[in-house]
Write a protein that binds this ligand. Structure first.
Ligand code: SAM
Length: 309
């Protein structure tokens, strides 16, 4: 299959095809690895059966194999299949993982499984095929094995968006480019409105493939609105006894707005966008529009501070 931007086969596009050196970044990203390891430990039953879709280096399957009797790890990229087999042979218990070179869009395990792990995640569900893969998987699995679905890791993902001010000046050079930024206290000074959740994806229910947002957002802090930040939080597992969730809040994707504007507390901004999961960042970016739809009464100071409460 080819995509409409280039003649490159879709499976070769960055986002579908992830080179091995990028897996190094994923392996050492503690904000990703630690919650996955914890969620897998909590969710996989002793002697259970696990399927991983998009296994990469095999690390998450190996976490699962520390408790499971059998893990099927499906990976499409032959270079990663070779790498995963080699890594697993050097890790104790790696022999309980069967690496299967296959397309996760069509593969089903030979028997029902207790847990399915799928980390083809990208902020906003763009670029990677998490939703398409899991939607197809649920339908095919239920056709073959009946209505009861396995537990999914992640269990739920929430997608939100926030109006912000972003500094696009790099060493004195202004360039309004999409930015990936880890969440953290440095964002405290940037936000101008509260985050708006536009989708909650429960992987055991109907999985959406299209996202459409038309939200009127109230400005809570005055400033220069020039960007929107897309935020994705993955609830990998829920620990009901402790009333908490094991979460992975991904790096945010910050997209510059085509028409920046000054806003003051109480203004309402209409934010609109529409995209298909797995689409390019450019396709999402092109669809984003923001306009002031109602002004608050002007106040004496230029940029009144948000009510401290
Ligand atoms: C974000 S990486 C995660 C890898 C691994 N699960 C981890 O956590 O380190 C996603 C992986 O899914 C694989 N992948 C993407 N689409 C696939 C498909 N249709 N079938 C099988 N594997 C796929 C990619 O090659 C890549 O290795």
């Amino acid at each position: 299959m080819t995509n409409h931007f280039t003649d490159v086969p879709e499976e070769m596009l960055l986002g579908q095809y992830i080179p091995i050196h990028y897996h190094f970044n994923m392996l050492r990203d503690q904000s990703r690895m630690l919650p996955f390891r914890e969620a897998i430990e909590l969710s996989v039953p002793e002697d259970g059966k696990v399927l991983e879709l998009g296994g990469g280096t095999g690390v998450l399957s190996w976490f699962a194999a520390r408790k499971a009797r059998q893990v099927w790890c499906v990976e499409r990229n032959p270079a990663l299949v070779r790498a995963a087999r080699s890594f697993l042979s050097k890790n104790p218990g790696g022999d309980r993982v069967t690496i299967v070179q296959a397309d996760a869009m069509t593969y089903l395990p030979p028997e029902p499984v207790d847990v399915v792990i799928c980390e083809m995640l990208h902020v906003g569900m763009v670029r990677e095929k998490q939703l398409e893969v899991l939607r197809s998987f649920c339908r095919r699995y239920q056709d073959r094995f009946g209505p009861r679905l396995p537990q999914f890791i992640p269990d739920t993902s929430t997608l939100a968006v926030q109006l912000i001010h972003q500094d696009f000046c790099f060493g004195g050079y202004t360039a309004e480019v999409p930015v990936f930024d880890p969440p953290g206290p440095h964002m405290q000074d940037c936000w101008l409105a509260d985050p708006h959740t536009y989708s909650t994806i429960d992987y055991s229910r109907e999985i959406p493939l299209e996202f459409l947002a038309k939200a009127s957002l109230t400005i809570r802090r005055s400033g220069h609105l020039n960007a929107v930040s897309f935020l994705t939080n993955n609830f990998l597992a829920f620990v009901l006894s402790e009333r908490r969730a094991v979460q992975w809040l991904m790096n945010q994707l910050i997209l510059p707005l085509p028409r920046p504007m000054d806003v003051i507390v109480g203004d309402t901004v209409m934010l609109e966008f529409a995209y298909t999961s797995g689409c390019s960042i450019e396709a999402l970016h092109e669809s984003v529009q923001a306009e002031i739809c109602s002004h608050s009464l002007p106040l004496t100071s230029n940029y009144p501070l948000r009510d401290a409460a």
